[in-house]
Design a protein around this ligand. Sequence first.
Ligand code: UTP
Length: 290
Amino acid sequence: MITKAVIPAAGFGTRFLPATKASPKEMLPIVDTPVIQYVVEEAVASGITDILMVIGKGKRTLEEHFDRSFELELELEAKGKLKELEKIRAISKLANIHFVWQREMLGLGDAIRCARHHVGNQPFAVLLGDTLMQSQSGVPATRQIMEVHDRFGGCVVALEEVPLDRVSRYGVIRGELIDERTYRVDDLIEKPTPAEAPSNLAVASRYVLTPDIFSYIDAVKPGKGGEIQITDALRMRTAAHHPMHGYRVQARRHDVGNTLDFIKTNIVYGLAREDIAPALGEFIREISRP
Ligand code: UTP
């Protein structure tokens, strides 16, 4: 049973400067809640009880967000703001959350490697800290791939179909469909050109990894962008005939680390909120009128 998750959240977030100069992109709010809280809530709703967050310079607010704030709690209590008090207390009770530092931003593979001692000898989930997966089935995206791990063992990646002209932003798989949404993965390529891409199935920010992955991360050389890529480690592991599956998740990906998606995500989540939807919908209609 998978109970541990790793959330890499140490990246520089250069696509979101200047907002990310002194504060983490994972703390950007979607409506009124930081991205990272949605990610932690998805992990918890998937059955995870123990979370390791990989952080770096300028990311202390992530620790503070999940810690108790006694002064704020006293203030809210004194003012009778009990609903807010409840919300604030709930955050620090979500899960056991630990933090580890990635000393140099050497890439996602390296960030995951920082979790080696924490995860020990058990399979674990990985959720990118800057990406929301909005479930379309009621089952959280991480839970969906954990269930594939329960069936087949080995590593599992969440997949989404992307237009061919956008494959070069992602890791892309070559695989064989074995049931409605599950693929046996035979190969992976990080950021291929459309001509190189073996499919339009992109790895979508959620993984289940087995601890043997660490020796492959150690073995890979820096790849695209000079970074240690988890895709390259998974590719090497697959080439060594270790089973790996992909699951086309029933979820919509929102990569909040890119500015246009951030704005779109706020609109999507705002329209899903009863208290905001009517006024926001009216505003959108108003500014869209010719
Ligand atoms: P991104 O690929 O979005 O990289 O990382 P980035 O460096 O944060 O952003 P840009 O491209 O400069 O705008 C995906 C996830 O992996 C984490 C990031 O924090 C993000 O959650 N990451 C990336 C690390 O933890 N360490 C790294 O060295 C790189």
